[in-house]
Design a protein around this ligand. Structure first.
Ligand SMILES: NC(=O)c1ccc[n+]([C@@H]2O[C@H](COP(=O)([O-])OP(=O)(O)OC[C@H]3O[C@@H](n4cnc5c(N)ncnc54)[C@H](O)[C@@H]3O)[C@@H](O)[C@H]2O)c1
Length: 457
C-alpha cells in the first residue's frame, strides 16, 4: 500500500467505525436487516389515549430547546411541568422565561448527565421534548418510552443503524410515540408542494432533491457550550451526510415513503474535506484545539437513494463551503417540477407558460394551493416565529393530535428511515461508494400502510 493509499484506507476505516460498522462490510450489510428481531405490534397510525391537557417536560434547553420552551408556552392545552439541562445557566434562563410570563414554576433537574432519569421517574409527565447533542438522542428517547412517556426528539433521531432499531423496538414494545421533530415538513412551501403533489399537479413522481447546505463553520468558535462545542467533533468522526433529515423529510412525505414506497438502497460520495482545517488555520491561533483536529467529513457529500418503486432522490450535505443556504426541495414528476431556493415551477399542463421557462411568481401558486393547515394557522405561526413559523406549526400539530386522539404526522419509522441515511452514507463513502441496503424499519408494513391524510387542520 502506498503512503497515500494507506492514509486513505485508515481514514476510511475510521469513518466506517464511526458509521457503526463493527467488523467489516459484509456483517454490516447483514445487520441492516433485522427481520428476526423481537418486536411488538407496529406503531404505524398509533393513537395515544386523548389527553385533555398535555403535560410536557424538556431535556436540553440550549439554543434549540429554549426556543421550544417558549413556543410550547404559547400553545393552549400544553403545560410545562419539568425541565432538565446539565448547564445551569440555560436551565435558569428557561425557568425565568416561564416565571416572567406568569406560568407556574417547573421542576428543575440537571446536576449530572443522568439527572434526566430522575425527571422521567415522575408520574405527571405525558411527553418529553429532547433537544440535546446527537449522542444523547437514542438513550434519552429509549428511557423516555420505557418510563411510559411519549418521546419527541430533535433531528437526527439517532446516529447508528443499531440505535435506530433499538428505538423502533422500544416504540413497538411500549406502544409509545417516538416522533423525530422534522420541522421543515411544516414550512409553508413544503406544505403547499405536498398539497400539489396530492392533487396530482406534477403527475407521477420520479425524482427528488434534498439538501442541508448551510455554512456553519462559525460554530467552531463555540468551544465550551452551544452547538459547535459538540457538533464540530462529528466532522472528525464521520465522512458522509451528518444531517440528512431537513431536506429529506418533505421529499419523503411527497413520495409516501413508508406508506406505499420505501427507501431501498443508497450510494454516496464525498468531496475532499478542506474547508474546516483552512477555517481553523485562518481563525484560530496555531495551538488552538480547533487546529489539532483531523477533519475527515468531506465538505460536500452527495448521496443517491433508490426507492423500491424505482424513484431516485439526491441528498446533499455541506455545512462548510461559502455559498447560500439551500435545502433544494425539488420534486420532479411526469408533468413537471417544483424547485426551491429560490422557489420556481415548470409544468407541461396546468402551468402559466412553457415548461421550458421557470415560473417564479409564487403568489399565484400560494393563492391556488396554500395548504389548509397554513391557511388556518399560518398567520399565528409566523407571529410566533421559529424558522418562518414551521416550528410553531409543528408544536401546534403535536399538541392538537395528542388532545384530539389523532395519529401524529411523523412516526418512529420516518425518523429512523430519514436519519439512517447518515451512518449508511458514511459506510458507502468508506467503500468506494458501494451501494448499501437501507433497512425496512416498518418490517413490511409500508406495503399496506395508508398514506398520511394530508396533514389536517
Ligand atoms: N430542527 C431544527 O431546525 C434544529 C435547529 C437547531 C438544532 N437542532 C437540533 O437540536 C439539538 C440541540 O442542538 P442545540 O443547537 O440546541 O445544541 P446546544 O448545545 O445549544 O444545546 C444542547 C443542550 O443539551 C444540554 N445537555 C447535554 N447533555 C445533557 C444531559 N445529559 N442531560 C441534560 N442536558 C444535557 C446542554 O447543556 C445544552 O444546553 C440537536 O440535536 C440539533 O441537531 C435542530
Amino acid at each position: 500500500m502506498t503512503h497515500i493509499n494507506r492514509r486513505h484506507f485508515l481514514k476510511a476505516a475510521g469513518a466506517a467505525a464511526a458509521a457503526g460498522m463493527v467488523s467489516g462490510c459484509a456483517q454490516s450489510q447483514q445487520s441492516t436487516h433485522h427481520s428476526s428481531r423481537q418486536h411488538g405490534k407496529s406503531v404505524i397510525g398509533l393513537i395515544a389515549p386523548k389527553m385533555d391537557v398535555v403535560r410536557v417536560a424538556f431535556i436540553g434547553v440550549g439554543q434549540r430547546g429554549y426556543g421550544h420552551v417558549k413556543r410550547m408556552s404559547y400553545i393552549e392545552g400544553a403545560e410545562i411541568v419539568a425541565i432538565c439541562d446539565t448547564h445551569s445557566e440555560v436551565l435558569e434562563r428557561s425557568a425565568k422565561f416561564l416565571s416572567d410570563s406568569g406560568k407556574s414554576k417547573p421542576a428543575l433537574y440537571g446536576n449530572n448527565d443522568l439527572a434526566y432519569q430522575d425527571m422521567l421517574a415522575r408520574e405527571d409527565i405525558d411527553i418529553v421534548i429532547i433537544s440535546t447533542p446527537w449522542k444523547w438522542h437514542a438513550p434519552m428517547a429509549i428511557d423516555t418510552m420505557n418510563s411510559g412517556k411519549h418521546a419527541f426528539v430533535e433531528v437526527p433521531l439517532a446516529l447508528t443503524v443499531e440505535e435506530m432499531w433499538q428505538i423502533v423496538d422500544t416504540a413497538e414494545r411500549t406502544q409509545k410515540n417516538c416522533m423525530m421533530m422534522e420541522n421543515v415538513n411544516y414550512g409553508r412551501d413544503e406544505l403547499m408542494v405536498l398539497n400539489m403533489v396530492r392533487q396530482g399537479i406534477f403527475g407521477e413522481l420520479l425524482h427528488g432533491e434534498a439538501a442541508y447546505i448551510h455554512e456553519l463553520r462559525w460554530q467552531m468558535k463555540e468551544v465550551e457550550h452551544k452547538t459547535g462545542s459538540w457538533r464540530t467533533e462529528w466532522h472528525t468522526r464521520r465522512d458522509g451526510n451528518l444531517y440528512p433529515t431537513h431536506g429529506l423529510g418533505p421529499i419523503s412525505h411527497y413520495m409516501n415513503i413508508n406508506r406505499g414506497d420505501r427507501f431501498d438502497y443508497l450510494t454516496s460520495m464525498s468531496s475532499p474535506a478542506l474547508g474546516r482545517a483552512a477555517y481553523a488555520q485562518r481563525e484560530f491561533s496555531a495551538d488552538h484545539q480547533r487546529n489539532k483536529l483531523n477533519y475527515i467529513c468531506g465538505d460536500m457529500n452527495t448521496t443517491m437513494i433508490k426507492t423500491v418503486k424505482g424513484r431516485s432522490i439526491m441528498v446533499q450535505h455541506d455545512t462548510t463551503t461559502p455559498r447560500p443556504y439551500s435545502r433544494h426541495n425539488l420534486i420532479q414528476g411526469t408533468n413537471g417540477v417544483f424547485a426551491g431556493f429560490p422557489n420556481r415551477i415548470a409544468l407541461e399542463s396546468g402551468g402559466r407558460g412553457s415548461f421550458h421557462d421557470w415560473d417564479e411568481d409564487m403568489s399565484y401558486w400560494y393563492d391556488k394551493y396554500d395548504h389548509p393547515l397554513w391557511i388556518k394557522m399560518g398567520k399565528e405561526a409566523e407571529r410566533n416565529g421559529g424558522h418562518g413559523g414551521m416550528d410553531f406549526l409543528m408544536f401546534w400539530r403535536m399538541i392538537y393530535c395528542l388532545r384530539n386522539g389523532e395519529p401524529l404526522d411523523q412516526d418512529v419509522y420516518d425518523g429512523a428511515a430519514w436519519s439512517v441515511i447518515s451512518p449508511l452514507s458514511a459506510q458507502s463513502v468508506a467503500n468506494r461508494s458501494e451501494s448499501v441496503s437501507i433497512p425496512d424499519f416498518t418490517r413490511g408494513q409500508w406495503q399496506t400502510a395508508a398514506p398520511f391524510g394530508i396533514v389536517g387542520a
